[in-house]
Design a protein around this ligand. Structure first.
Ligand code: ZN
Ligand code: ZN
Length: 334
């Protein structure tokens, strides 16, 4: 399913099977989960995607072939063999050499390449990926249920870790990432305060069932001041709203790649060492940590499946807020 131009539907077409280069895996895609970032790319909200582009960066598949020139010793940890199940995330490649890579911040690499954005992704029967950025996936999950963990889980986890040891944690926007992170937060004993669209009682109820001590509209103040808040909704006005809900020294973490403009607010709301930050991408270390903790919780995903050729339907229903779980494309499901 190919994106030829933003703001146009994806087109079903035949493309040549990709060839794995040095250090790359040829992967037969089993499933690929749909991320809000995919919508941002289709809707032209993110600059300069590769075009034409195959979207998708929550890919589960099996290694079909290992790049010819690549000896096992060149792959980090020599960790994949033909037939292995593999997870391919958003971070597809970094230069390993810039000031960010050299300081443990490869998520900020100046020359990073991103799966399903600046390199082709998983809305296809086959894809290639640099083995060093791929993950083994916990065995307790099948190919459908594990797919949403590869971005909503990973980047949600990075956002969550930015909140340090916050005891009272607010989450604005209870979508895919929030749903996963809420489970880890409860497991780690945090008190969860969930904010939804005003009046969305069904989502508030779902949040309580997942362990939230309080759930309400984003126009409400929580009963107690929060130590941290994560914003997963791409709605700029939530930033000053979340800031007003914070205790002194609290932090607002913006977990999305795109957000509408943030309105101005009084400096007094930021005063007393409150912090606003964003989260960009992921590091391989985030992935290793997340896939270690996820099966212990265990983090459960809710999915709605679509055939590969129904990708446009999945995207449209996601955009309209009509999905009951994360959309997952079935490509060659096992
Ligand atoms: Zn770099
Ligand atoms: Zn994503």
């Amino acid at each position: 399913m190919v994106l030829n131009e933003p703001k146009r539907p994806l087109e079903l077409c035949d493309v040549p099977k990709p060839k794995p280069g040095r250090g790359q895996l040829l992967v037969r895609v089993s499933t690929c989960a749909v991320c809000r970032t995919d919508l941002h790319v289709v809707d032209g909200e993110l600059p300069d995607p590769k075009l034409p582009l195959i979207l998708g960066h929550q890919i589960v598949g099996r290694v079909e072939e290992i790049g010819e020139e690549n000896s096992r010793f060149e792959i980090r940890d020599s960790k994949f063999a033909v037939g292995d199940r593999v997870g391919i995330p958003w971070l597809g490649w970094t230069d390993g050499d810039c000031i960010y890579c050299r300081s443990g911040r490869e998520n900020l690499c100046d020359n990073a390449r991103f799966t399903g954005y600046t390199i082709d992704g998983g809305y296809a029967e086959f894809t290639v990926a640099d083995a060093r950025y791929c993950f083994h996936l916990p065995e307790r999950y099948d190919d459908v249920e594990v797919a949403p963990l590869l971005c909503a889980g990973l980047i949600g986890y990075r956002s969550y870790r930015k909140t340090g040891d916050a005891r009272r944690l607010g989450i604005y926007g209870f979508g895919n990432a929030a749903h996963l992170i809420a489970q880890i937060a409860s497991y780690e004993g945090r008190e969860l305060f969930v904010f939804t669209r005003p009046g969305d009682k069904a989502t508030q109820q779902a949040a309580k069932e997942l362990g939230a001590v309080w759930a309400g509209g984003s126009d409400e103040m929580p009963p107690e001041k929060l130590d941290a808040a994560i914003i997963f909704a791409s709605v700029g006005p939530l930033v000053p709203a979340a800031l007003r809900a914070l205790a002194k020294g609290g932090i607002v973490v913006c977990g999305g790649i795109h957000m509408t403009d943030i309105p101005s607010f009084p400096y007094a709301d930021l005063w007393e060492e409150r912090v606003i930050t964003s989260v960009a991408n992921l590091t391989r270390r985030d992935g290793d940590e997340f896939f270690e903790i996820a099966p212990r919780v265990p983090v459960r995903t809710h999915t709605e499946t679509f055939a590969l050729e129904e990708a446009n339907t999945g995207l449209d229903r996601f955009r309209a807020g009509e999905l009951k779980g994360t959309a997952v494309l079935l490509v060659n499901p096992k």
